[in-house]
Design a protein around this ligand. Structure first.
Ligand code: UD1
Length: 420
């Protein structure tokens, strides 16, 4: 397994290019099932989730090959309609193949995702939405078995704003017979990015960028080239890391509109943020003011940048409350930050970070993707050396993070180790 050895007392300074959005790629890749052909998805990030999704497509006979940031997907011949447990358990977004498979082929067999490191993550809305479109769904032997002659248009309201369910049901509705109205659709830029790609493929979708989508089903779609939007969570991670180390970093290839809540929180904490075109620069030279955050669906503060904010607040001049309204148990990183000397009080669905505790290097363990990023930020703020175990979580969603952090002045070494 890999671990990171992180030297503390670092200051990040310089320029870094942000990758394409992992979560957008994971929505664009299954869209390639909807029509046969050779797709080219540019600005694709090179991370483990993209490789896992490529393997999943490979299992179905769809060839996917990443060449620098260009992902070529050949969906001309699809030979299997199954997402096996071995891959779904590694990456919950594998369930995104369900909607396109049942819409185009009338059949799909997809493993149930099972548990996750930050609490229960139901998929009821994915299934209800597809059922409303006319799919028959059974669960047998840990697998969702979906079938349908032809999906038909419907009205479906998402009780909870869900990125994944919006992605799955939207893809399916594009090939349904007749008109579909979807309400309370998630506003996350990754859903909008998918809707734009589907429109390019020939789908008829009105209301893109709003919570109500009106879709007129079409008989077939065509393959396209599409550029992936920049990763707003990777950008947030670099911005917060730069602020936490009292640094001065410039991020290129970003969409600042997708980062409003994070930028506002940074400014409230005392950072100076400059936005020009596709570039954001953050500069910080003091300990931050405490800034409370509560995560919310987009355009609110993202749950995926909550753990990083907690690390930043370790140096604040007071106490900051971090509440996760989307995943109230997403605080696995708190016990690890304690090992570095952090003073954080946990309560139901939130934690209170008391700034100013002396942080010293220690051995800590990643529990999920964004928790890993939080530990790296805290380790750079601490004095001495830390090791962060199980960085495979981090590799799911960040492309060569240590290399890019080091280019900004961090000292992070990747080493192999054996876990007993
Ligand atoms: C996506 C992101 C993930 C991010 C999350 C919230 C991808 C691949 N992953 O995950 O990084 O943390 O959005 O922004 O894009 N819910 C239900 N029923 C469902 C589905 C969801 O009740 O069928 C609830 C969830 O428990 C959660 C909320 O809806 O409380 C939002 O979850 P959702 O947006 O679906 O998360 P994901 O799509 O899994």
């Amino acid at each position: 397994m890999d671990k990171f050895v992180v030297e503390g007392d670092r200051r990040l300074q310089g320029t870094v290019k942000i990758s394409g959005a992992k979560n957008a790629s994971l929505a664009l890749m299954p869209a390639c099932i909807l029509a046969p052909g050779l797709y080219r998805l540019t600005n694709t990030p090179n991370n483990r989730d993209v490789w896992t999704f490529s393997r999943l497509l490979g299992e179905m006979g769809i060839h996917a090959e990443l060449n620098n940031d260009e992902l070529f997907i050949d969906s001309t011949n699809i030979t299997s309609f199954e997402a096996p447990y071995e891959l779904v358990k590694q990456m919950r977004a594998s369930i995104y193949v369900l909607g396109p498979l049942v819409a185009r082929f009338g059949k799909a067999r997809v493993s149930l995702p099972g548990g996750c490191n930050f609490g229960p993550r139901p998929i009821d809305l994915h299934l209800k939405g597809l059922e409303r479109l006319g799919a028959e769904i059974e669960v047998e032997g840990g697998y969702i078995i979906a079938s349908s002659k032809k999906l038909r248009g419907t009205h479906f309201h998402f009780d909870v704003s869900s990125v994944g369910a919006s992605v799955n049901v939207l893809m399916a509705a594009t090939l349904a017979h007749g008109h579909t109205t979807l309400t309370n659709v998630a506003l996350e830029p990754e859903v909008t990015a998918l809707a734009h790609m589907l429109t390019k493929m020939g789908a008829k979708i009105d209301g893109i960028g709003t919570t109500t989508l009106e879709i007129d089903g079409v008989d077939d779609l065509k393959y396209v080239d599409e550029e992936t939007i920049p990763d707003r969570i990777e950008a947030a991670t670099f911005l917060i890391a730069a602020a936490a180390t009292k640094g001065d970093a410039t991020l290129t290839n970003v969409n600042a509109h997708h980062l409003t809540a994070v930028v506002q929180a940074l400014e409230d904490s005392g950072c100076t943020v400059y936005i020009t075109g596709q570039t954001i620069r953050v500069s910080m030279d003091s300990n931050p003011e405490p800034v409370d955050i509560t995560t919310a669906p987009y355009p609110g503060y993202p749950t995926d940048a909550q753990a990083q904010w907690a690390a930043y607040m370790l140096n604040c001049t007071g106490a900051a409350s971090i509440r996760d309204a989307i995943y109230p148990t997403r605080f696995g990183y708190v016990a690890e930050l304690h090992r570095l000397g952090a003073d954080i009080e946990m309560s139901d669905g939130s934690c209170l970070v008391k700034g100013g505790a002396k942080l010293t290097g220690a051995s800590v363990m990643s529990s999920d993707l964004r928790a890993s990023a939080s530990l790296i930020i805290a380790a750079m703020m601490a004095s001495g050396s830390s090791e962060i175990l199980r960085v495979y979580h981090l590799d799911r969603g960040y492309e060569a993070l240590e290399v890019r952090m080091n280019a900004l002045g961090a000292s992070i070494r990747r080493e192999q180790y054996q876990e007993f």
